[in-house]
Design a protein around this ligand. Structure first.
Ligand SMILES: O=C(O)CCC(=O)C(=O)O
Ligand SMILES: [Fe+2]
Length: 338
């Protein structure tokens, strides 16, 4: 079994393909001012389930949520054997990490990520500072002009067609083999033992005035997917000041000051959330994770993006892209750490 076993996300059967975006793409183009009309306000019963973060660091409660609600028992798991910390520190780590899995994978040669921030507790939203180095950010930016990557200029071309009413940005689809660091780090963070459930890696550029309006990343019933998106990982490749715009906003979540949760792009920081687990009972998506990419006011905003499916995923872009083609490059990258 390669992918994590998420909580049941109800029966979503049949086929289909949706790049970018996810559930919430209306049939007709909404006017900008109608953004909110697509998604009614949350019911008070649902609002009462929200738990903001007090911005304390990771706790056993958070590991438990990752395991029990979201289905990631090995999240950022610190293998004691590979750790250089003292016995006492190991014991402390173990007591913080309720589920132990002794199986180790190629990805475990990387050290666990540190300084993870809990931006929201329920639904869980996590940020990972320094997920990418500045060099990696530069390389990922440069990749988008690479001939091996497929450019999809929203709203006019390609796979984001269904999202054209909402997204005005440019997406590039990369071969897995071109982005070994991203595949290894993302899998390491979530405690996966293979990359087979990841969708095609993408980079997105938003120029001035471009944005992505309110949406859910989870795939909706009308999109007839056979395997739901269970995690969204995006890495900010550029810094944006508050004045530059381009923050990732969560409509219904609040930060520790009671303000709408707004994640300002910081180069190298990853943002992780789970669009399909939790939320309404019997509903295959977490409506509380409604979010948007705020309009860019100045500068270019670049992000790298990955979505994890609940079952192995068959990539379709760029043509011929296969997970297995990344094995050599990933092994080479992992060797740097062993
Ligand atoms: O650009 C952002 O900040 C968010 C992007 C996003 O939500 C998406 O592509 O699904
Ligand atoms: Fe999204």
């Amino acid at each position: 079994f390669l992918c994590r076993d998420p909580k049941p996300t109800s029966a979503l059967h049949a086929k289909g393909r949706q790049g970018g975006g996810g559930f919430g793409m209306p049939k007709k183009a909404p006017k900008i001012e109608d953004d909110y009309a697509i998604f009614p306000s949350l019911d008070p019963n649902i609002l009462s389930t929200l738990i903001p973060s007090d911005r304390t660091t990771f706790s056993s409660e958070i590991y438990q949520r990752l395991d029990q609600i979201y289905g990631f028992p090995d999240f950022n798991y610190d293998t004691p054997a590979s750790s250089t910390t003292s016995l006492l520190q190991n014991l402390l780590t173990l007591s913080e990490s309720p589920t132990l899995d002794s199986s180790s994978t190629m990805f475990d040669s990387l050290p666990p990520f540190s300084n993870l921030q809990v931006l929201h507790v329920d639904p869980l939203v996590i940020s990972v500072p320094n997920f990418f180095t500045a060099d990696e950010c530069q390389r990922y930016l440069a990749l988008s002009t690479h001939t091996n990557s497929l450019e999809s200029r929203s709203p006019t071309v390609g796979k984001d067609a269904a999202a054209k009413a909402q997204r005005t940005s440019t997406t590039w689809y990369h071969p897995f083999a071109s982005v070994p660091e991203l595949m290894v780090k993302a899998s390491r963070l979530l405690g996966l033992d293979s990359i087979d459930c990841w969708e095609e890696p993408q980079t997105v550029r938003y120029r001035r005035k471009e944005k992505f309006t309110w949406h859910l990343d989870a795939l909706g019933p009308t999109e007839k997917q056979d395997s739901q998106r269970i995690a969204t990982l995006l890495v900010y490749l550029t810094d944006m000041s508050v004045e530059d715009g381009g923050a990732t906003l969560f409509r219904d979540l609040q930060d520790e000051h009671g303000q709408r949760l707004a994640v300002r792009p910081t180069q190298g920081t990853a943002l992780l959330f789970f669009p399909a687990a939790g939320g309404l009972p019997e509903t295959p998506y977490d409506i509380r994770t409604l979010h948007c990419g705020q309009q860019v006011v100045s500068g270019d905003k670049w992000i790298a993006q990955l979505w994890l499916r609940e079952r192995p995923y068959v990539p379709t872009a760029p043509p011929g892209n296969r997970h297995v083609q990344a094995m050599t490059a990933m092994a080479e990258y992992c060797r740097l750490f062993s």
